[in-house]
Ligand binder design. Structure first.
Ligand code: ARG
Length: 293
């Protein structure tokens, strides 16, 4: 996307979300944004090294690193995506992502304040309602035009859930079908490319699964781990296909934390914390606690 288009898009987004605080405008209009987008393209493990050599970019970033100044990291999520985020018994968002972001915040010496919102609003809310978003969010080029991403922290792929007695068994069988998805997710984007298929879009993934059980949709396309949770929950009624299998051929996806565009200081802090949690074993502990295997 052209720089002018990015700026325009951000201006429109800010108008919509009603935000216009100085800090957002200066961050988002950062003219070096395009180069920073490119930095995200490489292998995730090399990104933090690149950032330490940014020279003048690093100075520019210092001016932007005020997100943590109040001691609170405002984190947006959509707690409809187990095991990464779900509403716990106490009514608060829980799950792998919540535990991970709290561990990151602890390293940064700040408190986490979680805002549970619609998945489709997260990216546009960064820099206004929320500082960052963690929501099993796949890194995509479209999103990278609006936000920066941390290093990847999890590999995923879309799965296909169908009724136990369904004939659907390969990508071609999805043509012309009514497919349940969570609005604005990569599963939703996949359906756009399936010939004659209709996307039934839900704010909550579980509602899509319930409509599958009720016979209102023919299939649900959703990320692997939530698919496995729902598949287990309704195991007598549904069956799952790994979208990465040759029958479906969906591409691998990578989850990362979405952050304000151009705030290199914040990105470095978050990536350094993530790297520490990986090397000290905390990350793996959280994986086994929340995701298993
Ligand atoms: N990985 C998918 C995406 O980025 C789905 C994420 C949905 N996450 C959620 N918390 N509801 O589009």
């Amino acid at each position: 996307m052209k720089k002018s288009a990015v700026v325009l898009l951000l201006a429109v987004t800010m108008a919509f979300t009603g935000c216009g605080e100085e800090k957002d405008a200066s961050q988002n209009a950062d003219t070096s944004a395009d180069e920073k987008v490119d930095l995200q393209g490489g292998e995730s493990d090399t990104q933090s090294e690149n950032r330490t050599d940014l020279g003048e970019d690093a100075n520019a970033a210092d001016a932007n690193s005020d997100v943590l100044a109040d001691g609170v990291l405002n984190v947006g999520t959509n707690a409809e995506f187990p095991p990464f985020e779900f509403v716990g018994d106490d009514g608060e968002p829980d799950g792998f992502d919540m535990a991970l972001v709290k561990a990151i915040a602890e390293k940064l010496g700040v408190e986490v304040q979680v805002e549970n919102m619609e998945f489709d609003s997260l990216v546009a809310s960064i820099g206004s309602k929320i500082d960052i978003a963690i929501a099993g969010m796949t890194v995509t080029d479209e999103r990278k035009a609006m936000v920066d991403f941390s290093d990847n922290y999890y590999e995923a792929v879309q799965y296909v859930i169908v009724p136990a007695d369904s004939d659907i068994a390969q990508a071609a069988d999805l043509e012309g079908k009514n497919i349940g998805v969570q609005l604005g997710t990569t599963g939703d984007f996949i359906v756009e490319d399936i010939k004659d298929a209709t996307a039934s879009q839900y704010n909550k993934a579980v509602d899509a699964v319930n409509d599958l059980r009720n016979g209102r949709v023919d299939a649900v396309i959703i990320d692997k781990n939530p698919a496995q949770v729902f598949g287990e929950q309704f195991k007598d009624e549904v069956k799952l296909f790994d979208g990465e299998s040759p029958e479906f051929g969906f591409e691998k996806e990578y989850y990362a934390i979405a952050m304000p565009k151009g705030d290199e200081a914040l990105a470095k802090k978050i990536n350094d914390a993530l790297a520490e949690l990986k090397s000290d074993g905390t990350f793996d502990e959280l994986v086994s606690q929340y995701i298993g295997n």
